[in-house]
Design a protein around this ligand. Structure first.
Ligand code: ASP
Ligand code: MG
Length: 455
């Protein structure tokens, strides 16, 4: 049994949707298909509710969204009957969305709950398209919404985590029944439902994670994540055009790369798969013959080597100075509590006796500074901030085992006359990361890539 997930860019045109159909129909094996919203749709929903709207704008927005999906159905489906059925399903969903958007426009207020309710509509619509396209090809495909199917979450709006046990209890009997009837479930990615019934999303690009949760529940042999790139590469090809494809990664390597900026996979995807030892295959819809990347318990044994370099931009460093910052207990707890209460993510923390340095998103800098200045405990003597930082993360199982890699990395960077800010190594055995000024990022990345990959 396999779970296949398709990203929004593969649903953007009728020919690419039909390509998706070909991939799904290559064999007769039982499968569950998980899809993202058509690309751009989630963004348009979020933008629409980001400002006050008039009734006429709601009507126009619904019409535009309907037309976009109806056109895709029209082009990808031949049977008039299937087209009509899909159009009726679209209308039913859009009617509910429209009512919610009127509600928001009257109240002029978007709560975390309504935001999640609205932003998952892209997926509720895209499953209708994919199921119609497959039905037209003779597959008994059934569109399923994650909340009705029972993908259960911890109920945290905007960044939910799947409750894997509860999900298993609720979805397995339903999916088995569908399989028994010869049906193929086409499931919405991106969201699930909390115990209290509220819709909660897994964060942007969360459909990969939905697919992993379903694969876990069903004990799938393989989880295929179909994207518009040939899997993971040794570096961002926009920085180094000769980036090398990576055949295998361990779960840890993939998790570190996804967390530190490689946009190939949602960072949480690895965990549900790892728990059941399910191989994740990342493949390209537009180049299905390419091998892609396999993610599994152990990557290949190129212990000498690093596998990949990932980059993050738009970071800032905040330094908290105070006497005995390193020696006094509890300082880090107070600081991290303050920041986590405000949803500020700390990517890295380095402490010394006189200073604690934190790496955060640039957009959180103003708020973080204010929150830390408000700490009255008295151990903070001064706060310094600097922005326009970027992070380079070097990943490979080899890092924990072979010697001399760090010196090669920093030598390569020094030869380019780039100075390094914070360094963190050893937290995970498979990743080092360090910060450089944003303006130096591409130069430093090219130098490190050249050192290890020769191009
Ligand atoms: N449609 C959602 C997003 O754009 C989820 C996904 O694409 O995986 O973030
Ligand atoms: Mg997406």
């Amino acid at each position: 049994m396999r779970v296949l997930k398709f990203g929004g860019s593969s649903l953007k045109t009728a020919p690419s949707m039909l390509e998706v159909g070909q991939i799904i129909m290559t064999d007769k094996e039982r499968k569950v298909v998980v899809v993202s919203a058509v690309s751009g749709v989630t963004e348009s929903l979020l933008q629409f509710i980001a400002q006050p709207r008039k009734e006429a704008e709601v009507r126009e927005f619904i019409k535009k969204t309907r037309d976009l999906h109806a056109k895709l159905i029209d082009e990808a489906v031949r049977s008039e009957k299937i087209k009509e059925d899909a159009a009726a399903r679209l209308d039913k969903k859009l009617e509910k969305l429209e009512r919610m958007l009127y509600g928001i426009s009257y109240l002029e207020e978007v709560t975390p709950k309504t935001k999640d309710f609205v932003q998952c509509y892209g997926e509720r619509l895209s499953v209708i398209l994919v199921a119609a396209m497959l039905k037209d090809q003779g597959v008994k495909a059934v569109p399923c919404d994650a909340d009705e199917l029972g993908i259960m979450t911890d109920g945290v709006f905007g960044a939910a985590t799947a409750d894997l046990d509860a999900t298993r209890w609720s979805i397995v009997p339903k999916i088995q029944e569908m399989f028994y009837n010869g049906e193929m479930p086409i499931v919405t990615g991106f969201f699930g439902v909390g115990q209290d019934g509220s819709v909660t999303v897994f964060g942007r690009n969360g459909s990969d994670y939905s697919a992993a949760a379903i694969a876990n529940a069903l004990d799938a042999e393989v989880l295929e994540i179909w994207k518009d790139v040939d899997g993971f590469l040794s570096v961002d090809p926009k920085i180094v055009p000769k980036a090398v494809p990576i055949k295998t990664l361990s779960y840890d390597e993939a998790a570190e790369l996804a967390y530190f900026g490689a946009k190939v996979l949602h960072p949480m995807t690895v965990e549900p798969a790892r728990a059941k030892n399910i191989v994740i295959k990342v493949k390209n819809v537009f180049n299905p013959k390419a091998e892609g990347t396999s993610i599994q318990q152990k990557g290949d044994e190129q212990i000498e080597c690093i596998k990949s370099i990932s980059c993050m931009r738009n970071l800032a460093i905040i330094k908290v100075f105070g006497e005995g910052a390193g020696y006094r207990t509890g300082v880090m707890t107070v600081i991290s509590q303050k920041l986590s209460d405000a949803d500020v993510n700390i990517y890295s923390a380095v402490t010394s006796q006189t200073c604690i340095a934190l790496l955060i998103d640039k957009k959180d800098l103003g708020l973080s500074r204010k929150l830390l200045e408000d700490i009255k405990e008295g151990f903070i003597s001064r706060i310094e901030t600097s922005e326009d930082w970027a992070l380079l993360c070097i990943v490979g199982e080899g890092l924990g085992q072979s010697k001399g890699i760090a010196s090669r990395v920093f030598n390569a960077v020094a030869m380019e006359n780039v100075s390094v800010g914070l360094i963190s190594a050893g937290a995970s055995l498979v990743a080092y990361h360090f910060t450089v000024h944003l303006k130096d990022l591409e130069r430093a990345t090219r130098a490190v890539h050249q050192e290890f990959f020769g191009c």
